[in-house]
Design a protein around this ligand. Structure first.
Ligand SMILES: [Zn+2]
Length: 347
């Protein structure tokens, strides 16, 4: 039997067209009610407490969403859908979280469990994919059809938008730009390989290089002072300040970071020919525009002729809101694709 054509009876306008975008990370959950123009109407934030039982964490997610809805003054029934970005490996089609290390989850049917609690159609995807979608539709990449998002934090994550759509690949793992190998035989990566982009250019890699130079080799640097007197995970703001103040060691290590990022991006450009790279994450967002310009220069050096015509590398715009904004885009797009079962019954 073919599916009947479905149309909702009520027409939607921006006054009654709301969805909820959710960002589920290892430490915090963020939920926001967002309208059709991508404006946040209300939001709510809570700790993930990932050590708790799976169902308790999902209860927390549901409570966070309900609180955001309550703050918007809407009824739950007025929210059309929920779009979530969740850290880890997951299957967007089945809504199953296959493995999320920082949540301690494996094979959790997140979509089903959330729908059961909220009674609202729910869609999920990997958080970096959702963040990239947010930047592509509502952020730095507005109007760009082919782009790659690269987010530099403790690791390096990526998302691919081709012809305006998220690209997942056969095993739904596409976009792992952090594990492109840019230095054969280089430092060991968390994935087990050596010389991945993440192992040479993430915040973790930058921290490791600074610790080694200062603690083992006795190099001088103002960085520990700028980072609260320690060399634990170094904040983007401290790196940016050290470079601005002319700290030689930090400048040298950030030059190296620019080089590896530029090489990685050149490989992406040569292989995929995107129109834009959106660079985000704490480290990048803290650095000045000179950093992006330097990465662009390195990219230009390694990219094949004509691959960089009208090509741009831009800084991400949405910051911590990228995933909730992307979640709202995901929710709207999936609603269009998958009409609700109730609507099918009515038709
Ligand atoms: Zn790796």
């Amino acid at each position: 039997m073919t599916q009947p054509e479905t149309k909702t009876a009520e027409t939607t306008n921006s006054n009654d067209d709301y969805v909820v975008g959710v960002d589920i990370g290892g430490t915090k959950i963020l939920a926001a009610v967002i309208d059709a123009e991508g404006t946040i109407k209300s939001q709510s934030k809570t700790g993930t407490k990932a050590k708790q039982e799976v169902d308790q964490v999902i209860d927390r997610i549901a409570r966070c969403i309900r609180r955001a809805i309550k703050r918007s003054g809407l009824e739950t029934s007025q929210v059309r859908a929920i779009g979530m970005g969740c850290a880890g490996t997951l299957d967007p089609d089945t809504g199953l979280v296959i493995l999320a290390v920082n949540l301690g989850w494996s094979n959790v049917p997140l979509r089903a469990k959330l729908e059961e609690r909220m009674g609202i159609p729910t869609f999920i995807d990997n958080d970096v994919n959702v963040g990239t979608l947010g930047e592509a539709v509502l952020g730095a990449g507005k109007g760009v059809k082919d782009l790659v998002g690269i987010f530099v934090g403790t690791g390096i994550g990526g998302g691919i938008i081709l012809d305006g759509q998220l690209f997942h690949g056969a095993n739904k793992l596409a976009g792992e730009v952090g594990h492109m190998i840019v230095k054969a035989g280089g430092p060991r990566c968390g994935c087990g390989n050596r010389g991945c982009l993440e192992a040479v250019a993430s915040r973790t890699a930058i921290t490791r290089q600074l610790r080694k130079a200062i603690l083992k080799e006795g190099k001088k640097s103002i960085l520990p002072k700028l980072n609260g007197g320690n060399l634990d995970m170094i904040r983007g703001g401290a790196l940016a300040k050290a470079v601005t103040r002319g700290d030689k060691l930090t400048t040298k290590i950030m030059r190296r970071t620019e080089k590896y990022l530029g090489m990685g991006i050149a490989s992406i450009v040569n292989f995929l020919s995107p129109q834009m790279i959106v660079l985000g994450g704490g480290v990048i967002e803290a650095m000045g525009s000179e950093f992006i310009d330097a990465v662009h220069k390195v990219t230009l050096k390694y990219a094949l002729p004509n691959t960089m015509n009208d090509f741009q590398i831009v800084k991400a715009k949405l910051g911590d809101e990228a995933v909730i904004m992307g979640g709202s885009v995901l929710a709207r797009r999936m609603l269009e694709k998958e009409p609700l079962e109730e609507k099918i019954d009515e038709a």
